[in-house]
Design a protein around this ligand. Structure first.
Ligand SMILES: Nc1ncnc2c1ncn2[C@@H]1O[C@H](COP(=O)(O)OP(=O)(O)OP(=O)(O)O)[C@@H](O)[C@H]1O
Length: 957
């Protein structure tokens, strides 16, 4: 689901989904941080991505071991971590009441295995399958396991060997350097690569003490003796004798310093595995005495010299091809070291013997240069292979306990991992075939373990969806027709067939197999087998030949003629050996091919494994450079695929890859009940979801179960998953198990509920915001109004003050003006009165004067009207009328001239004086203050000192 979420995301939708994904990831990994997860099957969800992240996190935190269900994943630290393998730590794991509660370690597996033996519960015998690609750490792990048992299962008394008193566990441990010296080599992928598979049976007595061991080896890569890929090396032992031999030994073995051997490439490279002394010492402890050791090394030196034998091309087919001059001494030395006659050796390599006809007539056929090389190589290979097998048997005889002395065993299988190169051949076919077999065994066991976990949780379920690798195995080893049977048939018929023909035969005979493919673009004839770990292309060229692994009988006969004590043991003359070439071409007897031998030993091994309780350690190489603290995800993924862990992940996915504890499940999905038609009491209250974690902590287990049951009961209806055929969700005793699809559904529903809740919160929040804004707006308006009114009041107050000031000033000014005017007028009045003609004044008596004034007061308006009339009186008449109105003496009219300003005459204004008199101003006042003419205003008339009538132009009298 996590993938789906990430795949489908785009834009903002993508961001949402990414955050959902993170949230879900966090929820699923809430149980513990990734690097603290001791078990890969506990990562949530069990996908390749999370498994990888977990391994990465642990590797970086120097945690190299992680459980994966019934398997232990061991990451190669590529650095020494001595504290991880101390005897004290071994004892700690051994004495722990529950070692599985300690940190994952190979010692946990070892101790668990040991306790299983102790428990005597059937099957008592145990096996530990250590697998992984070259350089992943299988040999290291097997060594550590053996050391563990040597410490915890050591017999209390030493077992006395006739030759060397040595503890059995020490001898078992000593088998490692010997086997590694003879069976390991430096390859591109590992400086100490085991070139064989091995099954070590550690034998335990009734008291679970180690009394002995037995080693079984598989498929030694003997071609390495005569052929080493560039930058690779031959088996370590050749370099050990070449570099570590004493002067005397050098002389005996003809290994002078600086000598070059074509089968000893990259000899200048010194490895820690080149230590001759360690091998010798270990051999010694195993009971291989010095003379035997010397004999072995002498034979090996003979092989090195044989490798330098070179042939020239023959000009004539009837004659054997000649030795190159430089090679003559090598033939001699080689023959002498191998205890052979020089001529016989050379002749056997150069000339083939063919037996034909009923009488088995012998024909001798000179070989071509290529054939000579092949026969030379074959001689070396057969000697080395026999030597290796003999050594294993010697080791076994040294460490193997009397069958009566042991009752149970722990088997350690150090097996080569799945291989896929650009070009693969018979070796890879055998290796991958073995891996298919072991994978089938592993898956069956894994499923059983899964089933047990489900059973523990009270679940009844079977892996109906899982398809195992039986189809692939049918293709490889099935009966009657399979790749193996076709290859064997080719060997049996011994007919010449090309690589293309073999391809056609395989394709046509096995066309129905879904695991057989063909690469149409491939230049070379090949076929593809779709293994559980991926498709592998096998070239058909050389397959049959390799399967025959022919050893020409004359070569074996030659070696039987050797007078070397070791070769005499390795190639005994009696009983007469039967080789692959011996059966006549058309015989129906089964041929002992490489494939058939391998198949037989594999079946034997699986029989043993099936009779034991298996334990698995998958070694993983975090990077191909052998660097510490470097984790290359792509490389690890391909190894996880190859060791079947991805497969088990898929199997987990076919079951219930998501397991969530009851509490976590409720915490996350309790809200789904909101979608349901009714909400049971337990979760209805808001506290039920709000403070859920706190509440749950306090809730009794029974209540939890009830609530959970309630929820699970409601779920099918909510998620509508009830319609799906398989039961997708199960409630175990402590966990809820579900599939990815159910998780997806639940998450979808949860997202819906959360969305609804979010909407609700949004509405509430918006309403709250709106109300708040409203309140704020009203308050703001109120404040605004108050401030405005306050400002206005202030302004008005200021205006008032200003107006009062102005008014006061105005009044003051008016008063002053009035005062000035009145003063001025009064002054003028007095002056005017005094300016009246003296005749008038003098001629008028006081009573007459009083009358005149009265008349003026009474009649002045009439006089004024008349004087101002637009039409009517003019000139003298007007003057007369005015005078009459004003009762001015007409006789004296000439003396009563009214002065006019600038020649203008007439009444300009009439003023009411405060004294109650009327004053006429018959001219524009020359005074500064009295001639003001304010706007007629109803309010400003006081009746005093006001101009009552005014005209713009003076009344002309
Ligand atoms: N636990 C470990 N601690 C330290 N170094 C290790 C550990 N495991 C492996 N190595 C290192 O990795 C190297 C390769 O390991 P080992 O030889 O066990 O690989 P292998 O799987 O047996 O390879 P091959 O299949 O080629 O034999 C060792 O030589 C050692 O240096």
């Amino acid at each position: 689901m996590l993938h789906q979420v990430s795949d489908r995301s785009s834009g903002s939708d993508g961001q949402n989904k990414a955050s959902l994904r993170e949230d879900l990831q966090e929820f699923l990994s809430r149980e513990a941080p990734l690097h603290q997860l001791d078990d890969l099957t506990k990562v949530n969800s069990v996908t390749l991505e999370t498994v990888l992240r977990c391994l990465h996190a642990r590797y970086m935190a120097d945690m190299f071991y992680t459980n994966a269900g019934c398997t232990l994943v061991a990451l190669n630290p590529f650095k020494l971590v001595p504290q991880l393998y101390t005897p004290e730590l071994m004892r700690e794991y051994h004495s722990a009441p529950q070692p599985e509660k300690l940190k994952p370690h190979i010692f946990t597996v070892a101790e668990q295995t040991y306790r299983n033996v102790k428990s005597l519960i059937d099957p008592v015998n145990q096996s530990i399958v250590v697998s992984g690609e070259s350089g992943a750490g299988k040999t290291w792990t097997s060594r550590c396991l053996m050391k563990f048992y040597a410490v915890v299962a050591a017999a209390p008394t030493s077992w006395e060997s006739p030759k060397i008193a040595e503890r059995i566990e020490q001898r078992i441990l000593n088998s490692n350097p010997v086997m590694e010296a003879f069976g390991n080599a430096c390859t591109l992928r590992n400086n100490n690569s085991s070139r064989f598979g091995k099954f070590i049976q550690l034998q335990l007595n009734r008291a679970q003490q180690m009394t002995g061991a037995a080693v079984q080896t598989y498929l030694l890569e003997k071609t390495r003796v005569a052929y080493q890929a560039s930058s690779e090396r031959n088996f370590h032992i050749f370099y050990q004798i070449y570099k570590g031999a004493s002067e005397d030994e050098r002389f005996q073995w003809h290994l002078p310093k600086g000598a070059t051997f074509s089968w000893l490439p990259n000899a200048e490279r010194t490895l820690e595995e080149d230590c001759f002394e360690v091998t010798r010492e270990a051999m010694m402890h195993l009971g291989i005495d010095i003379p035997t050791q010397n004999n072995i090394f002498k034979v090996l030196a003979g092989l090195l010299h044989l490798g330098n034998v070179r042939f020239a091309d023959s000009e004539d087919e009837a004659h054997p091809c000649q030795l190159m001059d430089s090679a003559k001494c090598f033939v001699r030395t080689s023959a002498s070291l191998l205890g052979l006659h020089e001529d016989t050796l050379l002749e056997t390599v150069q000339i083939r013997t063919i037996r034909a006809g009923r009488q088995q007539q012998v024909f001798r056929k000179p070989c071509s240069r290529g054939e000579c090389d092949t026969r030379r190589d074959c001689l070396a290979k057969v000697v080395y292979a026999r030597l290796f097998d003999w050594l294993v048997s010697v080791i076994n005889s040294s460490i193997c306990a009397d069958p009566d002395s042991w009752t149970a065993f722990i088997g350690l299988l150090d097996v080569y991992g799945f291989e896929s190169f650009p070009d693969n051949s018979l070796e890879q076919l055998c290796i991958n075939y073995a891996n298919e077999k072991l994978q089938q065994h592993f898956v069956a066991h894994y499923l059983r373990a899964q089933q047990e976990e489900y059973a523990l949780e009270g679940l009844e379920w079977s892996f109906v969806n899982y398809q195992d690798n039986q189809t692939c195995l049918d293709l490889i080893e099935g009966s009657p027709i399979s790749i193996c049977s076709l290859l064997n048939e080719e060997c049996r018929l011994n007919r010449p067939s090309s690589a293309a023909q073999l391809q056609v035969r395989i394709e046509s005979a096995l066309a129905d197999s879904p695991c057989l493919g063909h690469n149409r673009l491939s230049q070379e004839p090949s076929f593809i087998v779709v293994h559980y770990a991926g498709p592998v292309r096998y070239l058909t060229a050389g397959l049959v030949e390799k399967n025959k692994d022919p050893v020409p009988p004359e070569l074996t006969e030659l070696l039987q003629l050797s007078h070397d004590p070791l070769l005499t043991v390795l190639f005994p003359t009696q009983p007469k050996e039967k080789t692959q070439e011996e059966p006549s071409g058309q015989s129906r007897a089964p041929v002992l091919t490489v494939v058939s031998k391998f198949k037989a030993s594999l079946e034997q091994l699986l029989l043993v494994l099936h009779s034991t309780t298996p334990h698995y350690i998958r070694c993983i190489k975090p990077n191909s450079q052998g660097q510490p603290q470097t984790f290359f995800q792509e490389e690890v993924v391909s190894q996880l695929e190859a060791c079947g862990l991805v497969e088990t992940i898929h199997i987990s996915a076919a079951g219930f890859p998501i397991r969530v504890s009851h509490q976590n499940f409720l915490e996350r999905y309790a809200l789904l009940r909101r979608l349901g038609p009714h909400m049971p009491s337990g979760l209805r209250s808001p506290h039920a979801t709000r403070g859920y974690s706190g509440q749950l902590a306090r809730t009794e287990e029974a209540t939890l179960q009830t609530v959970l049951r309630d929820l699970l009961h409601a779920l099918p209806a909510l998620t509508q998953v009830a319609a799906t055929p398989a039961d997708p969700l199960h409630c175990g005793k402590t966990k809820v198990f579900m599939t990815e699809s159910v998780l997806e559904l639940l998450e979808g529903k949860r997202a819906r509920v959360l969305e609804q809740c979010a909407r609700c919160i949004q509405y509430g929040w918006k309403r709250h915001q709106h109300r708040k804004q409203e309140r704020q707006r009203r308050a703001a308006t109120l404040i605004q109004a108050a401030i405005r009114s306050w400002l206005t009041r202030k302004h008005i107050q200021r205006l008032h003050t200003a107006a009062s000031v102005i008014k006061r000033a105005w009044h003051k000014w008016r008063v002053r003006m009035a005062c000035l005017a009145s003063k001025e007028l009064d002054g003028i009045e007095e002056k005017s009165m005094s300016q009246f003609p003296s005749s008038l004044n003098s001629s008028l008596l006081p009573s007459a004067q009083t009358r005149l004034q009265g008349a003026i007061i009474r009649l002045w308006p009439l006089g004024l009207v008349l004087a101002n009339a637009a039409v009517g009186l003019r000139g003298f008449q007007r003057k007369l009328v005015v005078c009459a109105c004003l009762q001015l003496p007409s006789d004296n009219l000439s003396t009563c001239k009214v002065q006019t300003a600038q020649g203008q005459t007439g009444v300009v204004s009439i003023r009411a004086l405060p004294q109650g008199s009327i004053k006429f101003h018959c001219r524009k006042s020359p005074l500064r203050y009295a001639d003001i003419c304010p706007e007629p205003s109803p309010y400003s008339i006081t009746g005093f000192n006001q101009i009552l009538l005014e005209r713009h132009s003076p009344v002309h009298l």
